[in-house]
Design a protein around this ligand. Structure first.
Ligand SMILES: Cc1cc2nc3c(=O)[nH]c(=O)nc-3n(C[C@H](O)[C@H](O)[C@H](O)COP(=O)(O)OP(=O)(O)OC[C@H]3O[C@@H](n4cnc5c(N)ncnc54)[C@H](O)[C@@H]3O)c2cc1C
Length: 376
């Protein structure tokens, strides 16, 4: 049986960032990433990911925005050096006030939020027209100059290359079982791997793990469509209103997304394509007639009731951890949360309450029960 210090199940943003943070904190750690399918098979395979700290219709600043940005930027820079293609498009994120409700919300966000200096500005209609002539008329826009777009598939590819160079082992595919045999053992048909620590980072599938069936996670399907534009759209920032547009290159853009809480299967469908066409037509009415839909993609987000990630050690199973719930903010949250988890695993330091499993009363209840059962 091959032995590791930590096994990570799941090779999405959560799993890869955890592997990186672990080996960067202790280069002697022997880490295995076990991916059931392929890297980017889950939600992390999104063709283009927006990095937007002004979240939701109220444009609220996300949890620990500055630290999240700092860590993501460092990682993007490092991985860019390992990639042949341009991983990051640094053109900001525009949040157009396309109706009065959004305009009011965005003005309040500017007034009441302590945005770091230089992150956010208000653009007037004529300034917007000048920057994005084909955008729907609006009464102004919040422009997040700090925002960017990341080509996630290339980011993941470079990430795997970096982790392999750092000594992390990758294994792919095949059915397996996980058992607690003193150490955590992952058994595939032919081989077995064991480690004292096991991290479940399998996105929305985390709840399918028998130890994590009580995890407060919702699965929300999202569809996205990719369009070719014969017009040069090189200066287009990412746009986020009710839905979003994320440029991929000078002639390609991604339009997202649907939020499907009830769905029959995980694949893209015609209804999704229709909705995404409509979003593009609404947001960029003058560009839309020239665009051609050239692809469609879907993924399942894992979200928690308060929209923050969820991490921590199991209430009864020592050495078993979970990292899930990245929702729609996988890029921004993944590194900072992984860093906290790596410190928690290696140094037993407490996790911030806001992302801990035990901020949810059901999880705390289960922990109490497990403690009582273990009392002599
Ligand atoms: C339509 C859409 C648009 C999005 N847009 C953005 C965006 O603009 N910006 C942004 O930051 N985020 C975006 N996201 C969200 C982001 O992609 C997710 O938050 C993030 O990718 C989740 O990462 P994860 O590693 O937790 O899960 P996943 O990416 O789902 O990774 C889980 C991995 O585990 C593997 N797996 C499953 N079961 C097992 C098992 N039993 N054993 C081993 N491996 C297993 C899967 O194959 C998968 O590779 C979007 C998501 C969707 C669906």
């Amino acid at each position: 049986m091959k032995k590791f210090d930590v096994i990570i199940a799941g090779g999405g943003l959560a799993g890869l960032a955890t592997a990186a943070q672990l080996v960067e904190k202790n280069k002697n750690l022997n880490v295995l990433v076990y991916e059931a399918n392929q890297i980017g098979d889950g939600a992390s395979g999104v063709p283009s990911g927006m990095v937007n700290p002004a979240t939701g219709q109220r444009a609220r600043m996300i949890w620990n925005a500055e630290a999240c940005f700092r860590m993501l930027e460092k990682r993007v820079e490092q991985l860019s050096a390992l990639s042949d293609t341009n991983i990051r498009l640094q053109k900001g994120v525009l949040r157009p006030a396309i109706d009065e409700d959004l305009a009011e919300n965005f003005r309040l966000s500017l007034k009441d939020t302590r945005w770091p200096k230089g992150w956010v500005e208000w653009l007037k209609p004529d300034e917007i027209k000048e920057r994005i002539p084909y955008l729907k008329d609006c009464s102004g826009a919040l422009f997040i100059s700090k925002g960017k777009t990341v080509r996630t598939p290339e980011y993941l590819q470079a990430y795997v290359r970096y982790l392999k160079e750092s000594g992390v082992t990758f294994l792919f595919g095949g059915p397996y079982t996980i058992e607690n045999e003193g150490e955590w053992t992952l058994k595939s048909r032919k081989n077995a791997y064991s480690a004292p620590k096991l991290v479940i980072a399998t996105g929305f599938k985390a709840r399918e793990n028998k130890y994590w069936s009580e995890l407060p996670l919702n699965a929300v399907k999202g569809q996205l469509a990719v369009y070719h534009s014969p017009e040069h759209i090189g200066s287009l920032p990412a746009i986020s209103a009710y839905g979003y547009i994320a440029p991929i290159d000078d002639h390609t853009l991604a339009v997202g997304s649907t939020y499907e809480h009830h769905y029959h299967d995980e694949n893209p469908d015609a209804q999704g394509a229709g909705l995404l066409d409509q979003k593009l037509r609404e947001l960029l009415p003058e560009l839309y007639p020239h665009c051609q839909r050239i692809g469609q993609w879907s993924g399942i987000r894992a979200t928690t009731p308060d929209r923050l990630p969820i991490v921590g050690e199991h209430y009864a199973q020592k050495g078993l951890y979970v990292y899930a719930g990245l929702g729609s903010k996988g890029l921004l949250y993944s590194e900072l949360v992984a860093s906290h988890l790596a410190i928690h695993i290696t140094e037993k330091k407490d996790l911030p309450f806001e992302i801990s499993l035990y901020r949810f009363s059901r999880m705390e209840e289960l922990r109490e029960k497990a403690r009582e059962a273990n009392e002599p």
